[in-house]
Design a binder for this molecule. Structure first.
Ligand code: 9MR
Length: 468
């Protein structure tokens, strides 16, 4: 199938407009700005903005789901695609967790970055106890089976993870190295290339953001793999310490790109000694902005993924006691200063839109009952357009319905985060399974693509929103 990633990328070529129209239940017309999100901003410059997600929270927490769907265009499974999750016993593959993430991503038109195929951690003991020949064959079978399963759905993979140690750029003394020798790295990439020739294959590691012994070793390995056309990119995890974005990071990214490779910031977080004060949060904003700008400014940087949604979701406090608050959202889903830093680096506008534009106001929350829906044209091109839409609840809702009628030949070709009778001139749509429950004042979003007559301007029909 054509991956969602490819489709989403195609839209970003269109003209971004900030025209928005709102019509509430009382049929009073207002004009509103499109809220600027990380996702909209990243789409507009052709970058991935990703988040590592936890399957249980995705399945059980509506606020978590909404924010993941609204703010990010790429997902990484924080744990669900690792070996201990996908092949806990030899030859017994379980894809339920990873599949749930892929399904969610497809419903929300997000791409999925695969993490990870060969690692020394979170790999079952049955693998570690195999003989060399058995281990090589288990590695081949694992890579092949997992990549075959996700072929067409997962377009990029961390093939090997953390193969270099922290001491002077030596290879990590893992069971892989001990049993198979250093050839296991190229072997893993060969199996991955054969399994899905269309996937982009990454070598991923931490503490390789600066130029130094460890990144030099990754450089040498990547160069060798690139010479055999076995690798497409270098993933820099970027688990950073506050105030320590390396001064050599830009040059480091550039040298990988100069090998003909992509780069990607795969696991960004920036930890703070706890409790974090205002100055530290401001420094964190500057650090997040800097890292994101480095990627935004580099054509061959495919994107930035943050390693968790809220501070409370992060692995950091468990591993670095006394440190934390390393992500973009606080424990109550509120954006932190760092969020504005990333948004600015992606070219977005903190606060959403320009309030001084004549004829437009920021849409107030609907007073009283019901809900309002706002349509906006995110981008348009000759015979098509992409719309984004926001539904805001004026009361607590367990579901909502939106209707409108196209003035001309516009028709929806595909949609995300809504369901219903979408393809005709009269559109009647309801919330998707996960975004119907809203508290008063809360918003959620949906979107769709249309076809339209060549060269026409995408119209903004009046939308009615009613509780369902
Ligand atoms: O965030 C992940 C955490 O939930 C797991 O317990 C942990 C187990 O090792 O792995 C964490 O993710 C790691 C990632 O897979 C690879 N780079 C380092 C990440 C943080 O430890």
């Amino acid at each position: 199938m054509l991956s969602t990633r490819t489709r989403r990328r195609a839209w970003t070529a269109g003209l971004v407009t900030v025209v928005a129209a709102t019509l509430g239940v009382a049929m009073s017309t207002q004009f509103a700005h499109a809220q600027t999100t990380l996702r909209d901003s990243a789409d507009a410059i052709g970058k991935d903005i990703g988040v590592a997600v936890d399957v249980n929270k995705l399945q059980n927490d509506a606020s978590y789901r909404n924010l993941v769907a609204t703010e990010f265009n790429s997902l990484t499974a924080e744990n669900a695609m690792k070996w201990n999750a996908t092949e806990p016993s030899q030859g017994q593959f379980t894809f339920a967790g990873g599949d749930a993430i892929v399904d969610f991503a497809q419903q929300n038109d997000q791409s999925v970055h695969g993490h990870t195929l060969v690692w020394h951690s979170q790999t079952p003991s049955w693998v570690q106890n195999l003989s060399a020949a058995q281990m090589q064959s288990a590695m081949q079978n694992h890579i092949t089976t997992v990549m075959d399963h996700y072929e067409g759905d997962v377009a990029t993979w961390d093939v090997v993870n953390e193969v270099v140690s922290d001491s002077n750029g030596a290879l990590r003394d893992s069971f892989w190295l001990q049993r198979l020798g250093e050839g296991y790295i190229a072997q893993a990439f060969q199996y991955a290339r054969a399994a899905d020739p269309n996937a982009d294959l990454y070598i991923n590691d931490y503490s390789i953001e600066a130029i130094g012994a460890k990144s030099d070793r990754i450089y040498t390995i990547a160069q060798g793999l690139a010479n055999q056309d076995l690798v497409d990119g270098v993933g820099l995890q970027s688990h950073l310490i506050l105030g320590q974005v390396p001064s050599t990071m830009e040059a480091n990214l550039q040298r990988f790109v100069d090998l003909g490779l992509k780069v990607r910031i795969t696991e960004l977080d920036i930890r703070i000694p706890m409790p974090a004060d205002g100055n530290e949060l401001a420094q964190q904003k500057a650090d997040f902005q800097r890292v994101t700008e480095l990627c935004a400014d580099l054509v061959d940087c495919s994107g930035v993924t943050v390693w968790g949604l809220r501070d409370v979701d992060s692995w950091v406090p468990d591993v670095f006691p006394g440190e934390g608050a390393p992500l973009l959202f606080d424990d109550n889903y509120n954006p932190k200063p760092a969020y504005d830093g990333v948004l600015a680096a992606l070219g977005g506008t903190p606060g959403g839109g320009n309030p001084s534009t004549p004829g437009e106001t920021t849409s107030p929350p609907p007073a009283g009952d019901g809900c309002t829906a706002t349509l906006s044209v995110a981008s348009q091109w000759g015979a098509g357009a992409t719309y984004s839409a926001t539904v805001t609840a004026g009361q607590s809702l367990s579901g909502w319905k939106v209707t409108w009628t196209w003035p001309g030949s516009e028709r929806i070709s595909n949609a995300w985060s809504i369901e219903g009778a979408l393809s005709g001139q009269a559109v009647t749509a309801s919330n998707a399974g996960y975004n119907g429950t809203l508290s008063a004042g809360q918003s959620t979003s949906f979107g769709f693509n249309i076809t339209k007559s060549e060269g026409s301007t995408a119209s903004l029909p009046a939308v009615t929103c009613t509780p369902a």
